[in-house]
Design a protein around this ligand. Structure first.
Ligand code: ZN
Length: 135
C-alpha cells in the first residue's frame, strides 16, 4: 500500500455549534467547513499538527451517520489514512481479505476520493482510505 499517513479522525457530534467552542478552548479552530448533501452531514475540520479532526454533524437520525449517532452517541467514528493511490490501496486491502464498504472510490470532502473498509475486518475500526485532491 506504500506509505500512509494519518489524514484525520472522524468524530461524530450532535451539533457543530456545541462541539466547535469546546475544541476552540483547546486551541483548535475550524480550518474549513462544508456540507455533503448526499451524505446529509455538515463537517468542520480542525487542524492538529499534520492531521485533522473531522467533526461530523448528521442532519438527522437517518442514513449511516445518523443511525450511528442514534445508536452509539457522540464519539470517534472512523480513522482516515491518506494514501497516494486509492485504487491500488483498495485493491491491496481487498486482495488481503479486508472487506470494503466501497467497491470503488467515491467523492469525499474537499475534492478528495475516499473508500471505507468495514470495521469487521479492520480490528473494530471503520477505516477510511483517502486520496488527496489532485491540484
Ligand atoms: Zn473522514
Amino acid at each position: 500500500m506504500g506509505k500512509a499517513r494519518l489524514a484525520h479522525l472522524g468524530v461524530i457530534v450532535h451539533r457543530l455549534d456545541a462541539a466547535e467552542p469546546f475544541y476552540a478552548r483547546l486551541g483548535l479552530s475550524p480550518v474549513r467547513r462544508e456540507s455533503l448533501d448526499r451524505e446529509r452531514v455538515r463537517i468542520a475540520f480542525l487542524q492538529v499538527a499534520d492531521a485533522e479532526i473531522e467533526l461530523l454533524e448528521p442532519a438527522g437520525l437517518e442514513g449511516p451517520l445518523g443511525r450511528f449517532l442514534g445508536a452509539r452517541g457522540e464519539g470517534i467514528h472512523h480513522i482516515a489514512l491518506e494514501v497516494d493511490d486509492i485504487e491500488r490501496a483498495l485493491a491491496i486491502a481487498t486482495a488481503s481479505g479486508m472487506r470494503a464498504i466501497d467497491q470503488a472510490p467515491r467523492p469525499g470532502a474537499h475534492g478528495t476520493r475516499v473508500a471505507f473498509l468495514h470495521p469487521g475486518s479492520a480490528h473494530g475500526i471503520l477505516l477510511e482510505l483517502v486520496e488527496r485532491a489532485q491540484t
